[in-house]
Design a binder for this molecule. Structure first.
Ligand code: PLP
Length: 418
């Protein structure tokens, strides 16, 4: 049997033993909303998990709203904020960076169908939403007046009562790993009276995270990206944020997310995040070394392969365990299949929505041609990754790249990026 090499930790990472143990211990608990002693025991476990998660991401416990995962948290942060403004009768704009996850882009699109004006903002060559891009968009707003891009972060806008403004900027990009410096963006959004939603799904447990310092009004987390089981996440919501729920029922979770809370999931998420945060400094350094070896090995084996996102040489603004490369002239989907046969699990640049590979909208946002955006591979490393995993990719990739060459089958094979 072929040994498997799993390089798809950004899609999901295996659950941690501490998380599974915590899950099993909490699995027999009652409903946390029940008033009897059994319910109170479940409530106490739930509140313990909330406090622990809050402490680990520098938020207040009351700011942690449990959800089913990152998608629901992003939907609530973006669409919930837009709907609250639309419901107040405000002309509402939703500004999103072009590199956001579909759980943000599609929530913005839905806000558009409900009456908001949606503007997709360009990203820098590294893939981050930049202060000048946001400033220019705000200056074009009916709710703000522009300044030149050289001013202080809050000098370019003034809020005009009467506009509802929601901005989404992700902390860590899931396809290329770019980290965005949120506080300067948050200062601009706040000066314009808007709500900043930050997707921190790929950041939590991997890089230091402070909700308080980020300046965001809401921030999404997903447990299975740092070693909790799938199906649990959270939206961090500042107490002064204006959001409306997307679902209706028992009014749990500050009336923002009805439904019996997944107490075992919450407890497992807290245990996983604690361990991920404890390990993250040493693990980041180890993963960054593995990633650099991987990228160098691929570049030597396939000289025309190009890394997307911030250059490694400059260090810094990227997730340690993620590398996304364009292999010009090859079909990404074919490469995935050939690597799979060689025992290697990785993904195309785009999220494989329901198992369908699409040209990466992030690569397109970076200025890649549609054809090259269909020729990207994402390798993502995690705590089970080893030098042997990296070596297996480097060994396999020359033949895979040679066999996956397009043979006149180009654009027609690519579905449009969503
Ligand atoms: N946001 C980002 C950046 C992601 O990478 C993902 C998952 O891939 C999500 C949101 C959605 O998270 P979940 O799978 O928990 O719904």
């Amino acid at each position: 049997m072929t040994t498997r090499h799993y390089l798809d930790h950004a899609a999901t990472t295996p659950p941690r033993a501490v998380a599974l143990e915590a899950y099993v211990r909490a699995a027999g608990l009652a409903n946390a909303s029940s008033l009897h002693a059994d319910g109170r025991a479940a409530r106490s476990a739930l509140e313990g998990a909330r406090e622990e998660i809050a402490a680990l991401v520098d938020a207040a416990p009351a700011e942690v709203v449990f959800t089913s995962g990152g998608t629901e948290a992003d939907n609530l942060g973006v669409l919930g904020a837009a709907r609250s403004r639309l419901a107040a009768g405000l002309p509402t704009r939703v500004l999103v960076s072009a590199a956001e996850h579909h759980s943000v882009l599609d929530a913005a699109e839905q806000a558009g169908r409900e009456g908001a004006r949606v503007v997709v903002l360009p990203v820098t060559p590294d893939g981050a939403l930049s202060v000048p891009a946001l400033r220019a968009a705000l200056a074009a707003s009916p709710g703000a007046v522009g300044d030149d891009a050289g001013g202080a972060p809050d000098a370019g806008t003034r809020s005009v009562p009467g506009e509802g403004l929601v901005v989404a900027a992700m902390l860590a990009n899931n396809e290329i790993g770019t980290l965005t410096d949120l506080p300067p963006l948050a200062a601009l959004v706040s000066a314009a009276g808007g709500h900043l939603h930050a997707d921190a799904v790929q950041a939590a447990g991997h890089v230091p995270l402070s909700f308080a310092d980020s300046g965001a009004a809401s921030m999404s987390l997903s447990g299975h990206k740092f070693g909790a089981p799938m199906g649990i996440g959270a939206l961090l919501v500042r107490r002064d944020a204006s959001l409306v729920p997307l679902g209706f029922g028992g009014g749990q979770e500050r009336d923002l997310r009805s439904g019996s809370v997944d107490v075992p999931g919450a407890v497992a998420m807290a245990a996983a995040l604690r361990e991920a945060c404890e390990e993250s400094a040493a693990e980041s350094a180890r993963l960054a070394r593995l990633r650099d070896t991987l990228v160098a090995g691929i570049r030597t084996a396939v000289p025309d392969a190009r890394l997307l996102g911030p250059p490694l040489e400059e260090g810094g603004d990227r997730l340690p365990g993620l590398a996304n490369l364009v292999f010009p002239g090859r079909v990404g989907e074919s490469m995935i299949t050939l690597l799979d046969v060689a025992g290697i699990s990785c993904s195309t640049g785009s999220a494989c929505t329901a198992g369908v590979a699409e040209a990466s909208h992030v690569a397109i946002a970076l200025g890649e041609s549609r054809e090259d955006a269909g020729s990207v591979l994402r390798f993502s490393l995690g705590r089970t990754s080893t030098e042997e995993d990296v070596a297996a990719v480097v060994r396999a990739v020359p033949e895979v790249a040679a066999r996956a060459r397009r043979s006149g089958v180009t654009g027609s094979r690519l579905r449009p990026g969503r």
